[in-house]
Unconditional design. Structure first.
Lengths: 911, 494
């Protein structure tokens, strides 16, 4: 020891005597550790190979690497000294000194060429999830009596191995609330709870599960899970965030797929190629909405790089989503380089990209409904609208009332005191846009009558000051032909002008209805200044209506009556439906074209194309995806879908059954449902996962078969009772020694609130309802000032823009659809509390809840409290709770009890 | 008050040791602490994940190493504020005004073809002791140059507002990533528990291009998301409706407490953690209902202070932004961890309400300059005079720079991500200093070229955080603010 120390001192004080550092001990390890990964062999970076002294002397693209004897003049030393090499982690000062001394000493070399470190070649079997699925034997646990489905056998065996078991079974009241939220996303009503509690049959629970799985609400609940995974939203995202009003059919397809238990193979194939598989079923063709459910940058970019980047980002989104959704692999990581952890080469990424390189973000024509059906629907809705409008007309303010609504292009009502008339004249003084006026139909009505007295078929003769010349569609005869719309209308040949109707005999009138275009295709030529006169003789005229008491065109009157408000709402809905029906249907489900040739890109840079990559799958996944490089566009997508659903491809079946498990229990057998790679979780029960995956395949890919296996199990039916011994061994409950309680997701919370308040509208499908008013070419989202019954549908039908959250429920960890969400966060914030306490929507529901309870049980506070608890929490209040709640109701009203119940943990948690 | 909402059973659960063994229950995303600890935590460069207590997710947490800054103010100019008309003085641009950009004959940028080099319509002069040249567009900020540390060699990855704004505020051009403020709140929590840890103050004119994505928590738990409010827009749903009397509110609170305690008693054990956390969130809400209106009450400021900012200026936009600046100072003073202050909004379209001067730069900037200038200068002076600049880091940025040329047929500049200016001030950075440079025309960064990753790495470093170790597992990847890039910009550290 003493000698060593002396030697060290000697070396430090006399560096010149130190000579060269030992090559094998000092230099070779430095080169091997820090340099040869890049600078070795034929593919050496910058053509610089550092494996032999000769090659160091020859150098690479920038000249010789070393000048023996002159470290300061040697490139290798300069780069190392300046921290430029190695690029990421500069060497320690001591190592830099070692290099300097070695070169200064003439760079002596020992032995032959150095070996570059060998990169570990990944083989498929290195990754557990790529191994073939094997059907394991179902184990026999000791307590086989409590095994209900094979799921229990696997779980119980693992528990028993640790000396644990399942918790006792949950009571029926807890169980029904759990299974309702789980399978349909809604709480059970008090009556449904009672039915179940009182059902004496041994299979009461099985029957309940079957009923829920058959309920149309089941698809709505599970579609929401799926839409998280596929980053579905109804706007483009990025800065413009333009809306996609026709993206909803994909959402409806997902709902139908889960409700009809669409076999998994078809579930996948339709999402990639529904357009070519649809036959006469329009919803199937909408399934390709999956491909384009992600964000899409709409901003025009004049640079080539900008354009290429936008396209590359679109395709990246499709490939990365496909990878995580169906393969549970982070394929997106291989955009710029080979995957660091999993056997996915950069080439694999581009091979997958070539399969979808014909997909464009766009709407396409959508043959949504057979035409006769649509015509019938239009006729039916038009008739409904007509009836509704008669009711509204009766509520319309009569002529002479200041502030009547401004004229609208579609339809205007003039109501006046009954008067006898044989002539009616409509004189237009000015139009909104200064052009010749147009009237599509002039209708006359008597008190309490719904028959149009103006029709030509009654012998009424129209005339006019002038008529638009040479037009087949704009004729004076169209004024009272009973046919509505621009193509059956009158247009004047001058700015202004009049039309007149002459009846065969005098009639009593109290209403005149007119419009410019009842089909609302045109908004120009609208009479803004006008008067309407009647006469018995055709000589002495009496003015019965004019623009003078109307607000400016288009300005709505202040509604005073609740009745008319409700009718107006219905009218608006009918009009929207009609407008939607009249539009040629379109769907945001992508368009398809000849794919561009796909190149691998150096470091993912769109400006640095490398070799051409033909379409293909991930090489490490067997069986291989076989496809001719010249396969036409739809064949590529079909080949991808077929590869993803090939019975021997082990990933998709494992991934999907794990997702189902995750959504039932709150955590998957693999807790990273979107990552089955080396960086993800390992399955807690590998045999169970394989057994489920194999059973799923054998069932023909039936989701409901797996649901039943899980939901009917003893494991699922156990209580959430805490067990400190089990917790000390398995804090995360991976072994499922109990049911883990969960907070409701944003959607289940909103739906539950609406149902409890008695407001929930269970209408299914079609365009969603909106929370915002939109403006600007970069969309500005302004919350609607008030939400009403239109917005009381389930949240799955809420129009979902990207990035923009529901102002009340978004705070409950609702995904904003910017990325795929395999598992939601569950966080607890003060803003959630503030929203549930004070948001106008919640307070409105509390009022409605109070109204409901009052209507159901009358005004006795004790009965009100009883009913309120049963509706909100599915149980009666305890004595203590009752005696606290009744005074609250007595002093502050029933709505406040509703607000309080909506805020309880019991309302938000499922046990 | 602060503990009265919790039953004894609940409090017992909030025992810290208990949390350490049951992290997964309250914040599921964090359950993976155990899961992925394996190889990485053994390594000295492995991830450092903050320990989040479910009942107090915003409790203050220690940094990785001693911090220079305790809090951050990020002033962001939306629309791409031109470096050439503000802080990057280029004499060569004056000399070559009207001549073609050398080598730029057929240059196509974001909106298309470019015309000739164009000098700034604003004169530059030397200011402060350091003699820094800045333009007459922002004379008040110019007078603060001795406090500022300029980075003139910043570069962005995108030439498009949305992705570039996203990069400056979240580190990524793609959507869905947590904002800088969310990362900081996740790492450090907050030093006060009565206000949000992270506040985003929007311009009186509206929200920036990508709106809430600028203060999103991305894949981090929602509790780390920025809370948006401003001097004119209080926190949504902060106050109970007027029709609820104080007595009604009080009685409803006690009933809620009773119901939650009864429920908690029926669910003992660790399942009560999440329940107790929710009870605690109502306490925080109650405290916020008192604190937020108080901190937003600018009438408590002296007339001298209000005048310093221009809070009562006759220009309502200047006055509105000035009040937001004043609010920012009050929030920082209260210990809010991260304040994001936006100048400019997109709602009104290109250049009208923001710095996107494509067509008529002078006309646009004559409007925007004064709105930004006096209030921000006042904020810097006010922070300094209160000693807050010692431990507050101020960052001024924008999404990218603008071209030294005017666009063909226009009097404004196109987008230029190849070189632009940001500046920092306060805790841990040099004063009166300039770092890096663009070329003679201000077209491209050429000296000490810097990336947004570097800027973010530096912000985290000043907060005592190692940007390579602050991470969160998401969708198969250990995610960082700086992705796999970023170097601390040592040259600007004091």
């Amino acid at each position: 020891m003493r000698r060593l120390l002396l030697l060290a001192c000697f070396l430090v004080s006399h560096p010149v005597l130190a000579e060269a550092p030992a090559f094998r001990q000092a230099i070779a390890p430095l080169l091997q550790t820090h340099c040869l990964k890049c600078h070795a062999g034929k593919k050496a970076r910058a053509e610089l190979d550092l494996t032999t002294r000769q090659k160091l002397l020859e150098g690479g693209g920038s000249g010789p690497a070393i000048k023996p004897g002159d470290a300061a003049g040697s490139l290798l030393f300069q780069l190392v000294r300046d921290g430029k090499m190695p690029p990421r982690q500069p060497l320690a000062q001591a190592d830099i000194d070692t290099f300097r001394r070695w070169i200064d000493a003439g760079a002596p070399w020992e032995g032959s060429a150095l070996q570059a470190p060998v990169a570990k070649e990944m083989t498929p079997t290195d990754l557990w999830s790529l191994r073939p699925i094997r059907r394991p034997t179902v184990p026999t646990p000791r307590q086989s009596a409590i095994v209900r489905t094979p799921v229990d056998a696997f779980l119980l065996s693992a528990l028993e191995a640790k000396g644990l078991s399942f918790a006792p079974q949950a009571d029926r009241r807890t169980l029904i609330r759990r299974v309702y939220f789980d399978l349909i996303g809604l709480p059970p009503t008090p009556e449904q709870i009672d039915d179940f509690l009182n059902d004496p049959r041994a299979d009461a629970y099985e029957r309940l599960v079957d009923r829920l799985l058959a309920s149309p609400q089941h698809g709505e609940r599970w579609a929401r899970h799926w839409l998280d995974v596929v980053r579905f939203a109804e706007s483009h995202g990025y800065e413009m965030n333009t809306l996609r009003p026709n993206a909803w059919p994909y959402r409806d397809w997902v709902i139908r797929a889960f409700n009809s238990d669409l076999p998994f193979r078809e579930f996948v194939r339709q999402q990639f190629a529904g357009d070519v598989l649809a036959g006469s079923d329009p919803l199937t063709s909408a399934a390709t909405g999956f491909l384009v459910a992600g964000a899409h940058d709409m901003v025009g970019n004049a640079t080539l790089e900008g354009k290429l980047q936008q396209r590359a980002d679109d395709l990246f989104d499709i490939v990365a989503t496909t990878g995580s959704t169906f393969l549970g692999l982070t394929v997106g990581c291989a955009r710029c380089h080979d995957h660091k952890f999993d056997p996915i080469g950069q080439k694999d990424f581009y091979a997958l990209q070539a399969l979808v390189a014909g997909v464009e973000h766009a709407e396409r024509d959508w043959n949504a409904l057979p035409t006769p059906q649509r015509d019938r629907d239009i006729a039916r809705l038009t008739e409904q609208l007509g009836q509704l409008e008669q009711q509204l007309d009766a509520l319309e303010a009569p002529v002479g009332t200041k502030g009547r609504p401004g004229v609208l292009p579609r339809r205007n009502v003039e109501r006046f005191a009954p008067i006898q008339a044989r002539f009616v004249r409509f004189t237009v003084l000015a139009t909104t846009d200064g052009t010749e006026p147009c009237i599509d139909e002039l209708e006359l009505y008597g008190p309490g009558q719904s028959d149009n007295l103006a029709l030509a078929s009654r012998g009424v003769k129209p005339s006019a000051s002038s008529v638009y010349p040479n037009s087949a569609i704009h004729r004076i005869e169209h004024l009272n032909d009973g046919q509505l719309g621009n193509s059956r209308s009158w247009i004047s040949n001058q700015r202004g002008g009049w039309v007149q109707l002459e009846l065969p005999s005098p009639v009593l009138l109290d209403r005149i209805i007119w419009g410019r275009d009842r089909q609302e295709q045109f908004r120009d030529r609208l009479a803004s200044r006008y008067r309407i006169e009647v006469s018995l003789t055709g000589k002495d005229w009496v003015t019965v209506a004019s623009h003078e008491d109307r607000l400016p065109p288009g300005v709505a009157a202040k509604e005073s009556q609740a009745a008319s408000e409700q009718l107006r709402e219905q009218q608006r809905q009918l009009q929207e439906q009609l407008a939607a029906l009249r539009q040629p249907p379109r769907v945001y489900a992508g368009t398809f074209r000849t794919p561009d040739v796909v190149h691998r890109l150096r470091r993912g840079d769109v400006m640095q194309k490398l070799e051409v990559v033909p379409p293909g799958g991930i090489a490490a996944i067997r069986p291989a995806l076989e496809l001719s490089p010249s396969a036409p566009e739809p064949q590529r997508r079909l080949a991808l879908a077929d590869w993803l659903t090939h019975p021997d491809n082990p990933l998709p079946a494992r991934v999907i059954v794990n997702r189902l498990w995750h959504w039932h229990f709150g955590q998957g057998l693999v807790r990273t449902p979107g990552d089955f790679g080396n960086n993800g979780d390992r399955p807690s029960h590998p045999e169970l996962l394989d057994w489920l995956a194999d059973t799923f395949r054998a069932s023909g890919g039936s989701f409901k078969a797996i649901h039943r296996l899980i939901v009917l199990s003893t494991a699922y039916r156990q209580s959430s009772r805490h067990d400190s011994r089990a917790a000390s061994m398995d804090a995360d409950n991976r072994l499922l020694w109990r049911y883990s309680p969960r907070r409701l997701e944003a959607e289940a919370l909103r739906d539950a609130l609406l149902q409890t308040a008695g407001s929930l509208d269970l209408r299914m499908g079609g365009p969603g309802y909106h929370l915002w008013e939109y403006s600007g070419y970069v969309i500005v989202f302004k919350p609607k000032p008030r939400l009403g019954p239109t917005e009381f549908r389930r949240m799955i039908y809420q129009f979902k823009p990207r990035l923009q959250q529901d102002g009340t429920f978004g705070a409950f960890d609702c995904p904003d659809a910017t990325t795929v969400v395999a598992r939601r966060n569950v966080s607890t914030t003060a803003l959630q509390a503030l929203n549930l306490l004070n948001d106008p929507f919640v307070l409105d529901q509390a009022d409605r809840f109070a109204g409901r309870v009052q209507a159901e049980v009358g005004s006795d506070p004790v009965r009100q409290v009883e009913r309120a608890f049963r509706l909100a929490l599915g149980r009666s209040p305890s004595e203590k709770e009752r005696s606290a709640a009744v005074p609250l109701v007595q002093q502050h009203g029933l709505a406040l009890l509703g607000r309080t119940l909506f805020n309880t943990n019991e309302f938000l948690f499922v046990h | 008050m602060s503990t009265s909402l919790l039953s004894l059973a609940g409090q017992a659960l909030l025992d810290r040791r208990h949390f350490l063994t049951h992290l997964g229950s309250g914040l599921q995303g964090i359950a993976l602490v155990h899961l992925l600890a394996g190889s990485s935590s053994a390594s000295p460069k492995g991830p450092i994940r903050p320990v989040i207590r479910p009942e107090a997710p915003l409790a203050a947490r220690p940094p990785h190493f001693p911090a220079r800054a305790k809090r951050v103010l990020h002033i962001f100019c939306s629309g791409a504020c031109s470096h050439l008309d503000t802080f990057d003085y280029k004499p060569e641009l004056l000399r070559r005004d009207g001549q073609p950009l050398p080598g730029g004959e057929n240059l196509i940028t974001f909106q298309g073809a470019n015309g000739n080099l164009a000098r700034s319509p604003y004169a530059f002069r030397q200011r402060g002791k350091c003699g820094k040249w800045t333009s007459d567009l922002l004379p008040y900020i110019g007078d603060c140059v001795d406090e500022l540390c300029f980075i003139h060699s910043m570069t962005a990855k995108s030439n498009t507002h949305g992705p570039a704004e996203s990069q400056m505020n979240t580190g990524f051009t793609l959507e869905g990533f947590p904002s800088v403020g969310a990362w900081v709140s996740y790492a450090l929590g907050s030093e006060q528990q009565d206000l949000p840890a992270f506040v985003a103050i929007n311009d009186p004119r509206g929200v920036p291009q990508i709106g809430p994505a600028n203060w999103s928590s991305g894949f981090l738990p929602a509790v780390f998301q920025g809370t948006a409010f401003s001097a004119s827009q209080p926190i949504a749903n902060l106050t109970a409706p007027a029709r609820l009397s104080p007595a009604a509110q009080r009685d409803a609170s006690s009933l809620l407490r009773l119901l939650n305690e009864e429920h908690l008693a029926r669910h003992p054990g660790d399942s009560a953690l999440a329940l107790a956390a929710r009870i605690a969130s109502y306490e925080l809400a109650a405290r916020m209902q008192l604190s937020a209106p108080a901190v937003s009450d600018l009438s408590r400021e002296s007339k001298a202070t209000r005048d310093l900012y221009g809070a009562d200026d006759s220009n309502p936009l200047l006055a509105g932004f000035a009040r937001n600046c004043l609010l920012a100072r009050r929030l920082l003073e209260k210990g809010v961890r991260f304040v994001q202050l936006f100048n400019g909004a997109y709602a009104m379209g290109e250049g009208v309400g923001n710095w996107d001067g494509h067509r008529q730069l002078k006309k646009d900037y004559d409007r925007h300059g004064p709105i930004l200038d006096k209030p921000v200068a006042a904020l810097l002076r006010d922070l300094k005079s209160r000693g807050l600049l010692d431990d507050t880091l101020v960052v001024w940025s924008t999404e990218f720079g603008r071209m030294p040329t005017f666009q063909k047929g226009a009097q404004g500049r196109d987008h230029n991500p190849a070189g632009f200016t940001v500046w920092l001030a306060g805790a841990g950075v040099k004063k009166g200093h300039s770092y890096g440079a663009t070329d003679d025309f201000g077209h491209r960064a050429v000296d000490q070229v810097t990336t947004i990753y570097d800027l973010h790495a530096t912000i985290l470093h000043l907060l005592g955080l190692d940007h390579e170790r602050l991470s969160y597992y998401h969708n198969g990847i250990e995610r960082r603010l700086t992705d796999v890039h970023g170097h601390v910009i040592r040259g600007i550290l004091a």
